[in-house]
Design a protein around this ligand. Sequence first.
Ligand code: IPE
Length: 260
Amino acid sequence: MIILKIGGSVITNKSQENTFKKQTMDRLSKEIKRSGKKIILVHGAGSFGHITAKKYGLQNGFQEAEQIRGFSLTHKAVQKLNSYVIESLYNQDIPAISLPPHSMLRLNNHMLKTFEFEIFNMYLKRGFFPVTFGDVVLDDTLGISICSGDLLVLSLVKYFKPEKAIFVTDEDGLYTKNPKINSDAELINSITENELENLTTDADSHDDVTEGMKGKIDTIKNISKCGIDTILLNGNKQGRLYNVLVGEDDTYTIVHGGRA
Ligand code: IPE
């Protein structure tokens, strides 16, 4: 089984609120279908969640009544994106089923407290294709918070120990520097968890309440510590997701899992 995250930057236009990149998602759905792989899919929020979540300061926990409205609005937005993703998968005859985090997990000070993992297993066993997503959630200490898709991937990896974890992003993989602002940035084809420690990446500039690339590198370090390989690939390039899913060669970064 594979844990696959499709980043919000791939399937939405991150600088323009609530814009779904349908063509890109439809192509990724086809690549998933063609691979025939058993997958748990996680997707990000992109411009369907980050902008509202930032406006209402949801990441910092409950501070004022107006945030309740912001929480609800953010959830409405991510749920809408989720319905587009589900529809795209469904159009490829993939029996997608939506598992919204806000109703099946709780955080405690941004850390996972409870998660109904077995529901994923039960759907998988019955031949469904579980889909979850970055969402607003309850937090025992902060009242409310955000659960990023990356935290979901890490939690699912720890529980299910999948064949590999895949992040579909809008870059070819990990670079020596942030490629969006450094023209001399070089793509890293293969890296170990130890080497990741030395990699620093400047934060991206868009409204990202869940730490952007720095957060992602921390997540990948933790996945590696479980002994699982992580692959980062460019979802805007045709065929790369398919190739990585079936184990064919292509352009990507592989982070080799250390000894568990
Ligand atoms: C963010 O999820 C969730 C909300 C803002 C509600 P992610 O952090 O996984 O989203 P992307 O992939 O960065 O867009």
